[in-house]
Design a protein around this ligand. Structure first.
Ligand code: FNR
Length: 333
């Protein structure tokens, strides 16, 4: 049996295969209110029909000023629950599981508000006070309660790509001198509190996406990322979704599987399940990653935008017959 189509049990959930739709902002909210539109329903349901085992909904903002763009999905009010519930219902209708990525863009937010960050820049960025940090942690917690009410099986905390939580982790952006800055133990504190807050109210599997390479000599090192991942494991995080970059604006050399070595480093270094992502578009490549135990799940991004039924294509390449309505099957009729 091809590994890509073997079930994967994580905490209290068994995914039917190892294919995850990587979180991808669609910038498709119509009224800047963060509410799910018919487009989102069709978009996510298509990937569930296509055979993806875990459909992860894009970075969804825990507060309005945490949106990357004004057209991002939101989860900052109870009004968001109904639309998100439609998404999980439609995903579940196809024996797929549903995840949501909770995020705050921090300094990278492109809304009309002045962005917040671990540091200040005269007139353009507000440095977060300890009180603002407490509020943000609480917003993650309330968002997790709403995600639970909306029927999500899995939550992923977005701590990658230079967004707010990543800015606390990185010495390149965290210049604080209080208990949230300085040593890596201190830089980890905000993420640590967010994880605890989410886990207090959400009992399904918890993923965290990190950028495990900052492509900068003064950035976090491999040792730092392993330390963060060990801490996450100790807190009960179930899987690290391993991406890279976005903290500083530097060119990245991308090639098929360019972040797989990072997923492998975290998996070995912290003995925790990992997801590999980044230019994985071929079934045989996914098999190589899984069979060599370099990662446990395969996150597919742009290839699933181009081919919503990519799992079906992959199953044919690997000679696996997927569950499908009879008329869909080869040779029928
Ligand atoms: C992304 N990516 C992304 N990552 C994330 O953690 N949260 C997000 O909301 C988004 N949004 C997003 C939108 C779009 C249009 C793209 C193309 C990408 C990154 C994405 O999840 C993935 O990590 C990368 O695209 C690399 O994987 P692929 O596309 O090479 O399979």
């Amino acid at each position: 049996m091809a590994k890509l189509f073997e079930p994967f049990t994580i905490k209290n959930i068994t995914l039917k295969n190892r294919i995850v739709m990587s979180p991808m902002c669609m910038f498709a909210v119509e009224k800047e209110d963060g509410i799910v539109t018919p487009f989102h329903v069709t978009h996510y349901e298509s990937r569930a029909i296509g055979g993806t085992g875990l459909v992860m909904v894009e970075a969804t903002a825990i507060e309005p000023r945490g949106r990357i763009r004004p057209s991002d999905l939101g989860i900052w009010s109870d009004d968001h629950i109904e639309g998100l519930k439609t998404l999980t219902d439609r995903i579940h209708a196809h024996e797929a599981h549903a995840a949501i990525q909770l995020g705050h863009a921090g300094i990278k937010a492109q809304t009309n508000d002045i962005p917040i960050a671990p540091f200040s820049e005269e007139g353009t960025v507000t440095a977060m006070t300890p009180h603002m940090i407490d509020q943000m942690i609480d917003q993650f917690k309330v968002a997790a309660i709403r995600a639970r009410k909306a029927g999500f099986d899995i939550i992923e905390i977005h701590a990658a790509h230079g967004y707010l939580l990543n800015q606390f982790l990185s010495p390149l952006t965290n210049k604080r001198s209080d208990a949230y800055g300085g040593t890596r133990e201190h830089r980890y504190q905000v993420v640590k509190k967010v994880i605890d807050a989410v886990k207090a109210v959400f009992h399904g599997p918890l993923f965290v996406r990190i950028s495990a390479d900052e492509y900068h000599e003064a950035g976090n090192t491999a040792e730092d990322f392993i330390y963060f991942s060990q801490e996450m494991k100790a807190q009960g995080v179930d899987l690290i979704d391993v991406s890279t970059g976005g903290v500083v604006n530097v060119p990245i050399n991308v090639f098929p599987g360019y972040q797989v070595a990072h997923a492998e480093m975290i998996k070995r270094g912290a003995d925790i399940a990992t997801g590999a992502v980044g230019l994985i578009t071929e079934a045989a490549h996914a098999e190589e990653i899984l069979n060599n135990q370099r990662a446990d799940l395969i996150f597919i991004g742009r290839e699933l935008l181009r081919h919503p039924y990519w799992p079906k294509v992959a199953s044919e390449a690997l000679n696996v017959e997927l569950e499908a309505p009879t008329p869909y099957k080869r040779g029928w009729n």
